[in-house]
Design a protein around this ligand. Structure first.
Ligand code: T6T
Length: 327
């Protein structure tokens, strides 16, 4: 009798084991989540992709990463159209312009594809409010870029001894992130009456242009004291311009973003501070938010990720160095 009971129990266990995966397959759809970066060859978005892939793996989703070779709305829209045609279950996108991506993203929304923006936003970035025509994305996952600009201003003010001339090297107007960094930077600089903020130089995300601009600004202002590079290419270019002008260590550089090359520049003293975003977190939580929505959970309309401020005293600390972007 005992043998019979044991055999029955074994059968029951066997049945459960067999039924488990079959039932799970029926219930669990493998979701496809598309991630469209600002551009594909930027360490910031490459690192974001790694975080997104880790989350996709954890929930058994497929992550499709597709983007344009330059940070440019005209190039990003056809990529978005191609993704919409593939009908993914959700789209994560870093829109390259607050206004120009609204209409193209409405097409995704109209096709019933949930949209979440990562890093940058469209409209005002306040989503699901019921007002305006750009509030349809479900969530915005990003750094607090106004705060990042304020941190940059404080660091640059300290580096130049709270007096002198500085300027912002920026991408182009209309990009939510870099607009907000400049806004935060200028607002914070009002606390330093001894510092004059010169006109912003826009470089179109071209580091060579940023380097040339640094030299022109320096030629017009031989007493230039500092520059804030408001994103990776602006900062790299501005730092190279300082080096080419023979002003390394004299014109102070505060960099937004933390690719390995900026870290090398911190070590040589060319760059004073780098403000690292946490792009892997943005990718991870963006993907998780999409998955949560697709499986019937509610999600926050805003998820904020942090910063790590790097300088020559802490950049070798593993807790800091882990935020250096991947190539
Ligand atoms: O600074 C990041 C990103 O946050 C911004 O929106 C665009 O530029 C970067 O990708 C760096 O190149």
């Amino acid at each position: 009798m005992k043998k019979f009971v044991t055999a029955l129990a074994a059968l029951a266990v066997g049945a459960t084991v067999l039924a488990g995966p079959v039932a799970a397959q029926a219930e669990e759809k493998k979701f496809t989540i598309a991630l469209i970066p600002g551009l594909t060859t930027d360490g910031f978005y490459i690192t974001m992709r790694k975080g997104a892939e880790a989350a996709a793996k954890a929930v058994g989703a497929e992550l499709v990463f597709q983007g344009a070779p330059e940070f440019n709305a005209v190039l990003q829209v056809p990529v978005l159209d191609a993704i919409i045609a593939r009908k993914p279950d959700a789209i994560l996108i870093a829109p390259t312009d607050k206004v120009q991506l609204v209409e193209p993203l409405k097409k995704a929304h109209a096709a019933g594809i949930p949209v979440i923006t990562v890093d940058t936003f469209i409209g005002t970035g306040n989503y699901q409010t019921g007002s305006g025509d750009a509030d349809f994305p479900l969530s915005y996952i990003a750094s607090d870029n106004v705060l990042g600009g304020r941190i940059a201003a404080r660091a640059l003010a300290k580096a130049v001894g709270e007096k002198g001339k500085v300027y912002v090297s920026n991408v182009k107007p209309g990009v939510s992130t870099t607009d907000q960094r400049e806004e935060g930077f200028k607002a914070e600089m009002k606390n330093y009456p001894g510092i004059e903020v010169l006109d912003t130089q826009f470089n179109d995300d071209d580091a060579n242009k940023a380097a040339t601009q640094l030299q022109s600004v320096f030629a017009r202002n031989p007493d230039l004291d500092g520059v804030f590079g408001a994103n990776l290419f602006s900062a790299l270019g501005a730092a190279n311009g300082v080096k080419q002008a023979g002003q390394s260590g004299k014109i102070k550089v505060v960099a937004f973003d933390a690719p390995p090359s900026i870290v090398d520049n911190i070590k040589t003293g060319l760059v004073d501070i780098a403000i690292a975003q946490h792009p892997a977190e943005i990718g991870f939580f963006g993907t998780m938010a999409a998955y949560a929505h697709l499986t019937g959970q509610s999600i926050p309309t805003l998820i904020g990720t942090g910063f790590t401020v790097m300088d020559k005293n802490n950049v070798d600390n593993p807790d800091v160095a882990k935020f250096i972007y991947k190539d």
